[in-house]
Design a protein around this ligand. Structure first.
Ligand code: FE2
Length: 325
């Protein structure tokens, strides 16, 4: 139970719980927020597994260093973004830009690193500068999605599991390079990482590497014990692109889906019915909630419980990210 008998409850309109200096009875300075978080961290993390996300608003979080200080002190299990598939820059001590994907494109909702077996349990986003227009972070509930999905999709995904395939070039090509993905230039470090994480690797022509990861589609949350839809199959599939890009990829790879920058099949290598992805995306659209940023906002999110994405935006936008095991 949190101090002052505050027990976090989902808000009526289903948006994330919003905590302000007034609502938790402290001042707006970072040291006060940190002290409050540290006193209540066990209860907050437990509540987070059922609430999904908590938004802290109205605190004096102004610079990247402010966020770094909070991220370092609130949860010591910070992790790197090794094996990630989104373009982002590493700042100091495992804080990253949230993504450097083009501003005019919508980033579809996903559970971070769910194709890996080293995924973050929790994440923290911080808005240093909100966009002039757009740029919200939509979130959606993986427990609700699992409940709403047609039974035949859930059963087939669960029974067969998934195989995520990535082809990572060595500097020039579509998608990220293996050096950027694994934060190293040393091949043996890539191989060691793959061995440690049950990832299959194969070096292919022109110094590229093909990674295959066999993972379940549904996982159980370690704190809440809840079964959750926890995969990125819809995002790895070519149908995630618009029609022009799909046609371009088909032409470039001439039907050789295994050579695309990324692809997904069932765990037995059979192809997934594309109509399933249409259904999954339709349901995510129905249940997603946009988190509109105000500069200084901090969102603590349970990565297993909630997916996240990014709306297009105009103007400068700085949202930082850190991940916790
Ligand atoms: Fe992400």
């Amino acid at each position: 139970m949190l101090e002052n008998h505050i027990h976090l409850k989902a808000s009526d309109n289903n948006s994330p719980v919003i905590l302000t200096p007034d609502s938790i009875g402290i001042g707006p300075e970072i040291h006060e927020l940190l002290a409050w978080l540290n006193r209540n961290i066990t209860a907050i993390q437990k509540d987070l597994s059922s609430l999904g996300a908590i938004l802290f608003r109205g605190f004096n979080i102004i610079t990247r260093d402010d966020f770094r200080e909070i991220a370092e002190k609130v949860d010591e299990k910070q992790m790197t973004y090794v094996d990630g598939n989104s373009p982002r820059s590493k700042l100091k001590s495992n804080t990253y830009t949230s993504t450097e994907f083009p501003a005019d494109q919508f980033i579809t909702l996903h559970s971070e690193l769910s194709y890996s077996n080293l995924w973050p349990l929790r994440m923290m986003f911080c808005c240093i500068e909100s966009a002039m227009k757009g740029g919200a972070t939509p979130i959606s509930d993986n427990a609700v999605l699992l409940e709403k999905l047609p039974k035949e999709i859930v059963e087939e995904f669960e029974a067969k599991g998934l195989c995520y395939i990535r082809n990572l070039h060595s500097g020039y090509g579509l998608g990220p390079s293996w050096q950027k993905t694994f934060e190293t230039d040393i091949k043996s470090e890539v191989e060691d990482f793959c061995k440690r994480t049950d990832s299959h690797y194969m070096w292919v022509e022109e110094d590229s590497v093909r990674i295959k990861q066999y993972r379940p589609a549904i996982r159980t949350h370690p704190i809440s014990g809840q079964r959750l839809w926890f995969n990125q199959a819809d995002q790895f599939h070519i149908s995630n692109f618009n029609a022009d890009l799909q046609a371009a990829y088909e032409a470039l790879y001439e039907g050789d889906s295994m050579s695309r920058p990324q692809h997904v099949t069932y765990g037995d290598h059979s192809e997934i019915d594309p109509s399933y992805f249409t259904e999954i995306r339709k349901l995510i659209d129905e249940i997603m909630l946009p988190v509109s940023w105000i500069s200084g906002d901090l969102v603590y999110i349970d990565n297993m419980r909630m997916m996240h994405g990014r709306e297009p935006f105009e103007g400068d936008r700085t949202v930082l990210l850190t991940m916790f095991k």
